[in-house]
Design a protein around this ligand. Structure first.
Ligand code: HEC
Length: 199
């Protein structure tokens, strides 16, 4: 197990260069290495039980939390310009919403991770659209690495059409939204459409 972790770590960092940087690490085969330290990145937001389809039946499952993190370098550049630089990586972490844990009698607290997804901006690697989307979710748990999802995956259309800044959902990221408005980088009219829920 330790050897496996080491192999993943080093394959990734070699491919990314030797700098101790937070840019995305890819294996030689072009798979994105799951970043072990994303919880040390900049925290962007949490959503609770987000669904998007107006005609959608209300879910009977307990709502999931989602937490968004971004690499520090990309965050700093966003603060300077209201846009995402090349090599931006964002992580979406999904967690179970728990009730009645410990002394809690109302509301929800966050439980186990149920999914981990990533978005990477890299025009060279992803010439069509400039962004690659990845999912580390597998039946047996989270994968250590993931190939880019095909352009036919739902991620691309929803993010490109409905994201307020570039491909990202800055309209839901309160502090970043203020910055983007100041720089005038919010897209003119994000379409109202009824996209389905984030699976
Ligand atoms: C129906 C629309 C929709 C689809 C399809 C979708 N997403 Fe998202 N995604 C969202 C929304 C809305 C958010 C904002 C979440 C929040 O505010 O907490 C988001 C946030 C994210 C983020 C955080 C950064 C950002 O872009 O704002 C990542 C990473 C992400 N999604 C990955 C994926 C991946 C990978 C897929 C495909 C497997 C996918 N998404 C499919 C709507 C969608």
């Amino acid at each position: 197990m330790a050897a496996l972790v080491l192999a993943v770590c080093c394959a990734g960092s070699l491919a990314a260069g030797s700098k101790a940087e937070r840019s995305p690490a890819f294996t030689r085969e072009g798979e994105l290495v799951r970043p072990a330290d994303y919880r040390e990145w900049v925290y962007v937001t949490s959503g609770l039980g987000m669904t998007y389809g107006s005609g959608q039946a209300p879910s009977t499952r307990p709502p999931l939390f989602d937490n968004v993190f971004v690499t520090r370098e990309a965050y700093r550049e966003f603060m300077r310009s209201g846009t995402w630089p090349e090599k931006t990586m964002l992580i979406l972490e999904l967690r179970r919403g728990e009730e009645n844990v410990s002394i809690n009698k109302g509301g929800r607290t966050q439980g186990a991770v149920t999914g981990l997804e990533a978005a990477v901006k890299d025009r060279k690697r992803f010439p069509e659209g400039g962004w690659g989307y990845f999912s580390f979710d597998r039946k047996e748990g989270l994968a250590d690495r993931a190939a880019v999802l095909p352009r036919t995956a739902s991620c691309y259309g929803c993010h490109q059409t409905h994201g307020a800044v570039d491909n990202t959902f800055v309209q839901f990221y309160p502090t970043l939204h203020e910055v983007a408005k100041r720089f005038g980088t919010v897209k003119p009219a994000p379409e109202p459409g009824p996209p389905p829920a984030h699976e």
